[in-house]
Design a protein. Sequence first.
Length: 301
Amino acid sequence: MRTIRTLALALVLAVAAFPASATLSVFACEPEWGSLARELGGDGVSVYSATTALQDPHRIEARPSLIARMRSADLLVCSGSELEIGWLPLLVTQSGNSRIRLGSPGYFEASQYVLKLEVPKIIDRSLGDIHPGGNPHIHTDPRNITRVAQALEERMMQLDPANAQTYHSRGESFRERWRAAIARWERQAVPLKGVPLVVYHKDFAYFINWAGMREVGSLEPKPGIPPTPAHLADLVDQMKRAPAKVIVYSPYNSPQAAEFLSGRVSIPAVMVPFTVGGTEKAKDLFGLFDDTIDRLLGAVK
């Protein structure tokens, strides 16, 4: 009897010591990459997003809760190109997690897999919050999602070879559905081509480039510098001479400046979701572009 009890206890301890779930733990800096990781991994991944659509990804507090989450991460997925420079390095250091340090297989920068726009020729902080490696907000061009998805799938396969076939098959399915969606979005976005718009921040450049729109003004006098009365007055004069068709801003931007300009020059101001979760319809990456295009088309009719 004692032998049986000893064996039973050993079995219980062995089961307790073995992880209940062998899921890949993903720490995403932004919601768009969390959504992409879920598309590729399904139930085989546990995904945590450090930010929401209501937060400016440039300026996040390195909270203890984020450090705790990062300690258990197998894969860190961020935009990179110094978008998270103000908070990510501290999180990585404080977490003590060698699996997701720069240069390790668990460190993944999405912007490294696409051609970046607005790479500055001169690095001068007096010009505002510029990024030396180029504009990091790459996810607003749907073609970039395709490139990042391929690279992220390969990285997940490398880190979790036991589930490589699952990541590959889900990746193929996602890319097929995404290509069909891009074709549909390209048809829908034809009326946006050449449309002049005013942005709040330089976070919409890739969508503008993809859709063929024209940025003719920014509510920020310089990137990262909040709108000022003097700058807004200049924009009012500019719009009276050569009006834009729409003013766009993101959920994490205060709407006051956009509404002020809209009221002065009778140009519609539209909040676009910017990332997954930015609006009720933007529940995933597909909804993000569906709703963005619908909102813009509704404003420029």
